[in-house]
Structures are given as C-alpha cells and as structure tokens.
Ligand binder design. Structure first.
Ligand code: CAO
Length: 539
C-alpha cells in the first residue's frame, strides 16, 4: 500500500496559521473527511479533513505549529479502493478582497445627517451555515469590525463583522436560522450623508486565512481567563467560548453548555475530551448514593408554580446564564471563608473631602473606591499569596508580580468585572478616572474581552446601595475578594469616651485551599491599617 504525504491545502492565501488541535495520532485509522488538524485565527477556525481513508503512519505537525499551504501534515497509508473525499480538502472560505472596502473612494459625508442602511450576509465560502449566536441587540452601537453574528458549519465557525460604525436598528436573522450569502442581516443607522461607508455586498468576511495574516503582526495575547462569580462575569462576547467547530457541534448534539465546561487545551481551549470528561463527571455525580458517598449534589425538585397562582416566564440573558454557571462552579469548587471588619475611615473621609476641589479641577469624581484600590494594591504586594492562584496541577501556587484588580459593576445587562491594570502604579486621580471610564464602558457593553481578563483580586462595592455586610464569592482562579458595604457613623470607645467615627464595613472572602485564616487575618489588618491612617501608604 502506498504511503502518501498529506499536505495542507490552500488556506485562503494566508501564511503561518496556527494549529490549535491535532485530531489524530500515528496508528489511527481515518475515514475520508475525518478531521486531521484544526487551525484557528482570532475570528475563525477551520478543520482540515483527510482527503481519503487510510491509516496514519506518522503525524508531522504539533499543536502550536504554524501551518502554510503545502506543508506536510502527516503520512497516510491510503486504503486501496478507499473512499476519497469529493474535494481534496474542505475549501477555505473565500477571502474577500478587503481592498475593495478601502479602495472605494470615500464619499463626502455630512456627519450631521444619518441614514438607515441594510446589510446582507456576505459570501461565507459555502452554501449555508447555522447562526449560533447573535452578538448585538437593537439599539447597540457597533464599530466597524465588531462581530454581528457567529456562523457555524460542520467544519468551520466564523464571525461576521459589522461593515460600518453605527447603531443597530433591526436584526433580520435569529439564532438557529440557516444563513447563506445574500440573506438580510441587519439594518443600521449610519452617521453621514446617507452614503454607506461600504456597500452591503462589500462586508468583509473574516476567514482563517484573513485573520492569520493579521496574526503575524498582532500575535494573540495569551491571558488567563477568569471565571466570573458572585453575579459577576466577563461578558462572553462572540465566540468567547474557546472551542473549535467540531467540539461545538458535539456539545450541541449532547446538549452541553460549553460556557460551563473547563477547557484543558492550549490557552484553556475546550477540547472533545473536556466535553466527554464533563459528561462523565455529571453522570457519575447523578444518582450517587448520597447517604454513603456524599459527593452527589441532590437535584432541586421541579415544581409547577402555576398550581399556586399566576406565573410568567422570562428568558434569562446569556450574561445572566454564564454568571449563574460560573458562580455555581466557584461556589462548589472553592472552600470559602469570609472575615468581617469595620474600619475607621474618619480621617480618610476628611482627606477625600479636602480633595474635592482639586478633583473637580482634574475632571474626576472621587469616591472611596480609588482609595480602597490603592490600599488593596499595597496590601497585595505585601501579602503576595492573596494575589496568587492555585495551579491547575493542585501542587503549585502561581505568584503574580502584577496587581490587576477586578471591579464588580452592576449593569442593566448583568454584572461585569472590568479589570484595572497595575493598580499599584497609578495615582488616586488616575484610578478615579479609570473606574468611572470602565464602569461606563461596562454599562454601555463596550468592554473588550481583554479589559475583563487578567485580574488578580476583585473588589465588589455595594457601599452606595447599603447593607452592613455580605459574603462575596471568590472570583476563581483568584483566591480572594473584598466586599465593601455602606459607611455609617458609629460610636467608638476611645478609652475615655464614645466618639463618633465613620466606620466602613468590609468583608474578605478567601479560598481556604490557598489562604489560611492567619494569612487572611494579617492581610486584613495590614489593609485596614492603611485605610485607617492613609499616611501608611507611603511606608
Ligand atoms: N459607603 C457609603 N457611600 C459610598 C460608599 C460606601 N462604601 N461607596 C461609595 N459611596 C458613595 C459615593 O461616594 C457616591 O456618593 P456621592 O455621589 O455623594 O459622591 C455614591 O455612593 C455613588 O457612588 P458610585 O456607585 O457612583 O461610585 P463608586 O466608586 O462607589 O462605585 C461602581 C463604582 C462601578 C463599583 C458602582 O457604580 C457599582 O456598579 N457598584 C455595584 C457593584 C456590585 O453590584 N457589586 C456586587 C457584585 S456581586 O453580586
């Protein structure tokens, strides 16, 4: 039997596309069309199928390699008379000439005038694909290049970017619809003279190839993904579930929500094995004799509430569902302990008050939050365990030499946690400006994924609302979170008299696998000593 070298097909003209999964090993028998490797760019992923049936003799590429057209992927002992795929490889979606967008002479626009433009599905390099996600809502302001929908076929998933900057006026397609080139997609209000920046048929379609080009100059940043908890979440914009098309398909077929499946692949990518392990776990837990084993989680019985009175059903938003899943995961996985303290911030409040005019001049509003952030950064640097994470192997702690603090923000769509980077290096005024900016972006749903990643600790402030204390849930893989409640004036005994003091209730929840009570106690005392006497920040 002949041994054939199976080469990479045309990847749409792109070079150095990353291999994110090698689906076969030497000795495997493959059928024509079975996936050999998966390549991926920032916007799309594509499986390269076997051109014919046979036995894999040697795999010549690895995960993480860059692939170019003509590179040998593997050696295959082809079955005699074995079925051949109709086409040697799944054709890469056609790369549209993006130049057509740029080359269109820019119309003279009057920025005061707006117009409604309709846009259709562009050429998606095949007959049709399923709409697996609609990423925008009516009223959303989108920028050119923001994702409108995500499409998925058997072999590829891809995002359709907005062709222009404007406001979504109507969405003409739904999740689950079958999309094909030319079908109506959205209507947008475009600011300008009424001439669209790009013609509808010019919507540039990202392809693995097109994105791979981008990747050469802008390598994807490798960042840890945080699991949002306690009602906080990263918004999961389009495709934020990091998985290839075949994994998505498998998950859909067996009804698994990928948002709650932990990925063990490179950069946390979810692989088929992860989905299977997840199912296995779920099945193992279900029906376990709780009296003897104790590991199973008893199901909450389903109740027909309508028998007690009128009810109405309201669909939970995607953000809400992701938040719920992540809170549940953290609550089940992390042994939580919460410590409470009331801190005397009378002096700090006086200092804050004295900065009011200066702050106004600098164009910022100063709440207690930036002071808390700054004090936290100092405390985290002095107590690095509180800024660490438990390694996935369960045998190491990962210490981080940076202090990036996530801030829970209440938004109409749900809770989000933008991350303020390098808090230790920023001034109070800078932190005040950044918290306002990030909170606004969160409320406008304008946060970019990287603005919600990389946090080392989280602060959740309910101080403006009220309450005397709460137990925040750790934002795994971080190991601690600070909850802030409402400041109140309380009588404090100074040794001779009761004097009125402004007391701030704080609650510190921590992961008891990593942080001992004594670690947390020392950290809390250190933090509170700064808040009580802000001059200590300079020590
Ligand atoms: N005690 C008393 N008053 C407080 C306070 C506290 N602990 N913290 C803030 N305030 C005051 C502020 O000084 C401000 O007062 P003025 O308007 O008189 O100056 C007012 O409350 C409103 O503050 P704010 O909410 O605009 O600003 P902030 O910096 O305190 O918080 C942000 C910003 C984004 C954290 C907040 O807007 C928010 O979204 N909080 C909700 C977070 C949340 O939901 N957490 C729970 C998540 S887990 O379920």
């Amino acid at each position: 039997m002949a041994i054939e070298k199976i080469k990479a097909p045309d990847l749409g003209g792109a070079e150095n596309v990353e291999i994110i999964e090698v689906c076969v090993s030497a000795g495997d028998t493959v059928e024509a069309e079975d996936s050999l490797v998966v390549v991926e760019s920032d916007k799309a992923s594509m499986e390269i199928p076997a051109p014919k049936a046979g036995k894999v003799v040697a795999v010549l590429v690895n995960e993480g390699d860059s692939l170019n057209e003509g590179d040998v992927i593997l050696e295959l002992e082809a079955e005699e008379g074995g079925a051949e795929a109709e086409a040697p490889v799944e054709p890469a979606p056609e790369v549209k000439e993006e130049a057509s967008v740029e080359e269109t002479p820019a119309p003279v626009v009057d920025p005061q005038v707006s117009s409604i433009q309709s846009y259709n599905i562009p050429d998606i390099g095949g007959d049709s694909a399923e709409v697996i996600e609609v990423c925008v809502a009516v009223g959303d302001e989108v920028e050119e290049g923001d994702s409108l929908i995500v499409l998925e076929s058997d072999k590829a998933s891809m995002e359709v970017p907005s062709p222009a900057t404007g406001t979504i006026k109507a969405i003409l397609i739904n999740e689950g619809d079958t999309a094909s080139a030319g079908l109506p997609l959205v209507e947008m209000e475009i600011q300008g003279s009424g001439v669209p920046a790009v013609k509808p048929e010019d919507i540039p379609m990202p392809t693995p190839a097109a994105d791979a080009k981008q990747k050469i100059t802008e390598p994807k940043q490798v960042t840890e993904k945080h699991q949002p908890v306690h009602g906080m979440t990263e918004s999961r914009p389009t495709g934020d579930v990091y998985a290839g098309p075949s994994v998505r398909k498998l998950a859909r077929e067996i009804g698994v929500d990928l948002a709650i499946v932990p990925g063990t692949g490179p950069r946390g990518r979810i692989q088929k094995a992860d989905v299977k392990a997840f199912i296995k776990d779920a099945l193992a837990n279900k029906g376990v004799g709780q009296a003897t084993v104790g590991a199973g989680i008893p199901q909450v019985p389903e109740i027909d509430f309508a028998q007690f009175g009128d009810i109405r059903l309201e669909k939970m938003s995607k953000l809400h569902k992701v938040t719920a899943a992540n809170m549940h995961r953290s609550w089940l996985n992390v042994p939580h302990v919460t410590a409470f303290d009331d801190v005397d911030i009378t002096d700090l409040e006086e200092f804050r008050g004295s900065l009011k005019k200066e702050a106004e001049k600098a164009g910022v509003k100063i709440t207690p939050l930036p002071f808390l952030l700054k004090a936290l950064a100092k405390a985290l640097m002095a107590h690095p365990k509180m800024n660490s994470s438990l390694h996935a192997d369960g045998e190491h702690l990962v210490y981080k030499d940076y202090v990036h603090i996530g801030m829970a923000v209440d938004t109409p769509a749900g809770l989000m946690v933008p991350v303020i980077r390098d808090v230790d290096k920023k001034s109070i005024f800078e932190l005040a400006a950044e918290t306002v900016e990030l909170a606004q972006k969160a409320k406008d749903r304008k946060l970019k994924p990287q603005e919600m990643q990389g946090g080392t600790f989280t602060i959740s402030s309910l101080g403006a609302m009220g309450g005397t204390g709460f137990t925040p849930i750790v934002n795994t893989p971080e190991v601690a979170i600070l909850g802030v409640s409402k400041l109140s004036v309380k009588p404090v005994w100074d040794g001779a008299n009761f004097v009125p003091k402004k007391m701030l209730p704080l609650s510190l929840s921590y992961d008891h696998r990593v942080v001992n009570g004594a670690d947390a106690g020392r950290f809390f005392v250190f933090l509170n000593s700064i808040l009580q006497d802000y001059r200590r920040l300079a020590l």
